[in-house]
Design a protein around this ligand. Structure first.
Ligand SMILES: [Zn+2]
Ligand SMILES: [Zn+2]
Length: 105
């Protein structure tokens, strides 16, 4: 989770930047996490996010194959979890089909 330097609002990921929806401030996202995400299934993050059905809340849904056995879902909810003592964050995925949770590395 990232907060705006300008107004302190919670920021949202928009392409490769954090975007403040309150004041429009942009900050670059963690390049390491981005590089790992970009190499996963060649996902390009530059368009508007695909509209998820009724599962939309304040988490993001991303293209992420579910590792659970017997589940062929390729979409998961995506949360950023701050890493204690570190400057970057880890990603927590939740499968939209079976609810399986796993941690991005
Ligand atoms: Zn702001
Ligand atoms: Zn699943």
């Amino acid at each position: 989770m990232e907060f705006c330097d300008e107004c302190g609002s919670m920021m949202h990921t928009e392409g490769d930047v954090w975007l403040c929806q309150s004041c429009g401030n942009e900050q670059p996202r963690d390049s390491q996490a981005e590089a790992e995400l970009a190499t996963t299934a060649g996902q390009q993050d530059d368009g508007p996010p695909p509209v998820a059905d009724a599962t939309t809340d304040d988490t993001e849904t991303v293209h992420q194959p579910c590792p659970a056995e017997g589940c062929d879902s390729e979409r998961a909810d995506y949360e950023m979890m701050p890493k204690p003592g570190g400057s970057y964050e880890v990603r927590l995925f939740t499968c939209v089909e079976c609810g399986h949770k796993w941690r991005g590395t």
